[in-house]
Design a protein around this ligand. Structure first.
Ligand code: B12
Ligand code: SF4
Length: 562
């Protein structure tokens, strides 16, 4: 049995490409269970296959799968439908299965309107899909009628079996890192929150299940051994079980895994102790759902977090040298310039280093969607339109597209204008053992302004100056390769070669084997015509292509002067 697991494309281009280019972690869990049972499984990340549509036919013909499982989020469902149609034409016997959050809530809609879809795996997918695959392999179609968690068609009727039980012990799942490489990990499943715009509570239920710290860190370690050193912990609320998270951090430290990671959390589940351990174990960013500065709107969204909690979480996170990131939602009922101003006031108070602003969307599986259907007396048939989603403002006569765009601009502009002040005013906890970490934090932030995410954003003033000050602050804490290099490159760009050589030499004293520092100083020496000295620095790195390029430039210059 050849099984393809496909993560299909979205309809719209996004400004944040990274958001949609990652295969959901659940696909690897589903794949790992199948691999453990010796099935021939392949995961295809087809988030951008629509840019080369001829590849779809060609790949499907070559691979000739018996089953294709699609990972469907609401917004990529059309991608899955279009690929399914092509697949059925080329391989008429192929069985098409939709799974994932988007498929779960619209099983009836999909099976009613799209004959190319054969089955829907509702909810947690690992064992439900395995059971389905086994039945299909044995051509035992009779038993599919008894498989929990499956929706299917029978004699023209769409049927759904009862939900499957949730997996009681997540650690019994085979570790996906044995079979696949990825950067998004999850420790827990479920969330105690009941936010109106979120599908998670209805999908996973209110009970939070967790892997053990050992399972989680084993997974990290396996990926680390495959040279993956940066991770995103994709839980709804990673910090829900404080003790478990500290155990994870201690294990990362005990096993000496030199990695960095980012997590998602709620402002009401962090404290000093936890942040201390998280930072020590390599956490560099925590994203919090703040949603709005207006209490009224937070209440509507059912977010249930107080102003003080938000303030406290951001202050503590920053103090420990972790980038505090805020998710905001705008375009909610009652949104106006005055509530947007409340959000801006909050941003100025909590000083986040990164903000994500999303327009309120109405996704199936959320309370918002249930209310929307009731108020407008519509059915799931609205999704027959070839659109990704419906934004709340489109349903509200008090909000127009123009207004929403103005809100978005105002929020982003305000954040960007204030960002340099936030960065330069950062106050870190005066804990001696944290000095190397603080140094790393400041240089990392400096790099973001200098040549990272913020470097190309016009609305951020004085990026170079901010970066320089952050690099200097970093070096006040501890020697840091990134800071030396940043300052060295800056001086070099300004034509201050001697200054650049001075700072890079200091860096090389601390980090003699750092390739970038050595190659950069070599360029500065070349800039002042000292080719012999320049050569000394590049000769140490025969394995680097750039070093070879510099070497030949040095030799040519030396030949000319000889
Ligand atoms: C972390 C996260 C992200 C991260 C990383 C996602 C990733 N690729 O791993 C980032 C920030 C990149 C992200 C981006 C987006 N996200 Co997001 N994200 C989440 C979050 C919080 C956790 C996802 C997760 O890891 N779950 C744990 C794993 C184990 O579950 P899983 O991947 O869903 O897989 C299980 C089942 O769904 C099923 N399954 C999944 N695929 C398949 C395939 C087959 C064949 C089968 C049989 C079963 C199956 O079995 C799996 C194992 O049990 C969820 C909320 C949630 N708790 O689920 C929102 C959520 C999934 N995201 C959401 C949205 C809207 C998005 C974006 C579209 C937003 C955007 N900016 O455009 C993008 C989509 C891109 C994407 N690739 O996910 C919505 C989806 C709503 C919907 N109905 O579609 C959710 C539900 C949050 C919400 N607002 O309600 N997201
Ligand atoms: S938005 Fe976050 S806190 Fe709220 S229910 Fe969803 S996952 Fe939980």
């Amino acid at each position: 049995m050849k099984i393809l697991l496909i993560y299909p494309y979205f309809l719209e281009e996004r400004p944040d490409y990274e958001d949609v280019s990652v295969v959901p972690i659940g696909v690897y869990y589903v794949g790992a269970v199948l691999k453990k049972h010796n099935y021939d499984v392949e995961v295809l990340n087809w988030h951008n296959i629509n840019k080369r549509p001829e590849k779809i036919k060609q790949t499907l013909s070559e691979k000739n799968p018996d089953i294709i499982g699609f990972s469907v989020l609401h917004a990529n469902r059309w991608g899955a439908i279009e690929i399914s149609r092509i697949a059925k034409k080329i391989i008429p016997y192929v069985k098409i299965v939709f799974g994932g959050i988007g498929a779960t809530f619209l099983w009836n809609h999909f099976l009613t309107h799209f004959p190319e879809i054969d089955f829907i795996v509702c909810g947690e997918g690992e064992y439900t899909f395995l059971n389905l695959v086994k039945c299909l392999e044995q051509k035992n179609y009779q038993d599919i009628g008894n498989l929990k968690g499956i929706a299917f068609r029978k004699k023209g009727c769409v049927l759904k079996n009862p939900d499957a039980e949730l997996i009681a012990n997540l650690d019994e799942l085979p570790n996906p890192a044995q079979f696949f490489d990825y950067q998004h990990l999850s420790l827990t499943r479920g969330c105690f929150g009941k936010c109106r715009f979120c599908g998670s509570p209805h999908f996973w239920g209110p009970k939070v299940r967790s892997h053990s710290a050992k399972y989680f860190v084993d997974q990290l370690e396996m990926l680390y051994e495959k040279k993956i050193t940066f991770f995103y912990v994709s839980d709804d609320t990673f910090t829900i079980h404080k003790g478990r998270v500290i155990e994870v951090c201690r294990l990362i430290l005990d096993r000496k895994l030199k990695l960095t990671w980012a997590a998602v959390s709620r402002v009401d589940t962090v404290d000093k102790d936890l942040l201390y351990w998280m930072r020590k174990a390599g956490c560099i960013q925590i994203s919090y759902g703040v949603e709005s500065g207006s209490e009224k709107i937070r209440e509507f969204l059912n977010k249930k977090i107080s102003h003080d909690r938000i303030k406290n979480a951001f202050a503590l996170t920053t103090m420990y040298g972790i980038m505090a990131r805020a998710y905001f939602i705008y375009g909610s009922p009652g949104e106006s310039m005055s509530t947007i101003q409340e959000t801006i006031d909050l941003i100025q108070e909590i000083k986040p280093f990164s903000c994500m602003f999303y327009i309120l969307d109405i996704f199936p599986g959320t309370s918002l969607y249930k209310e929307y259907k009731k108020i407008f007396n519509v059915t799931d048939d609205i999704w027959l339109r070839r659109v990704e989603d419906i934004m709340y403002f489109e349903t509200d006569p008090d909000l127009s597209a123009g207004l929403i765009s103005e809100f978005g601009k105002k929020l982003r502009n305000c954040f960007y204008e204030n960002l340099p002040g936030f960065a330069l005013g950062v106050e870190l906890a005066d804990i001696k053992e944290f000095y190397p970490l603080h140094s790393d934090f400041c240089s990392r932030l400096g790099m973001t302004f200098d040549h990272g995410d913020y470097a190309h954003i016009k609305g951020i003033p004085e990026k170079g100056k901010v970066a320089e000050q952050l690099y200097r602050k970093s070096l006040e804490y501890y020697p840091d390769q990134r800071a030396y290099l940043g300052l060295g490159i800056m001086a070099q760009k300004q034509g201050a070669s001697h200054e650049s050589i001075k700072i890079l030499s200091k860096g090389i004293e601390h980090f003699p084997d750092n390739v970038e520092l050595n190659l950069c100083i070599s360029v500065s020496f070349m800039n002042i015509g000292e080719y012999k000295k320049a050569l000394d620095y590049v000769l140490k790195f025969p394995q680097s292509e750039y070093a070879h390029e510099l070497m030949s430039r040095c030799y040519k210059a030396l030949q000319k002067t000889a």
